[in-house]
Design a protein around this ligand. Sequence first.
Ligand code: CMP
Length: 234
Amino acid sequence: MRETARAVDTAQLLRQVSIFADLSPEVLGDLAKRVSHKSAEAGSVIVSQEEPGDSLFMISSGKVKVVLYGETGREIILSILLAGDFFGEMSLLDRQPRSANVVAVEDSQLLSLDREGFQTHLNAHPTTALAVLAEMSRRLRHADEVIGNLALLDVYGRVARIIRDLAHKQGEQVDGGLLIRERPTQQEIAGLIGTSRETVSRALNDFNRRGLLEMQGKQILVRWGFLRKMDDAA
Ligand code: CMP
């Protein structure tokens, strides 16, 4: 009885994984039977680059970052993943070592699925495979865009682009523009665009001074004028 209740709860959690939102109750039920619950404390390493990997993880709450470390320890952030995202699928699919490190930024609750569970589920339910492929395709598009931005934009342009993307992705429409309630830290933005925290701080302060955005604690109000300028430049 307890197991059944847990499977129902887990299926509900899985429905929050954005790519699985449209899967049928039967498919989610099958997936729910195969996952186990894990937690990761803020700062802990969930996946280490170059290690063999045999699990995929879905985030039910919290926040993680996908990072590479340079020789001097400099951090390059490939992506920040939130509740509803998944990671660890690449090693399951190509049997190569983990392509990057995944570190919990906040205390996080995860659902993990091992290789056998993943394969058995995908064989029986190809719609899940299509959902995973669609997300991988979205990530490749994003990586293409980042490569283009690194080559074509200066640092201020890259900071501006990331603020615009965040505003469109998670901004709330308010008087004057789009409000990002919880922006990444300046260090995280620096890691995402390959520059230093000081440069990000300088660019944000400059945009602030020019009235293009308004920063207050973790919030940024991105003004319509800023968004229009960015859209015109795109
Ligand atoms: P895997 O290689 O098994 O382990 C590291 C994980 O990080 C990888 O699977 C992906 O899930 C995730 N990952 C790697 N590169 C990116 C990226 N550019 N964007 C988002 N996630 C990524």
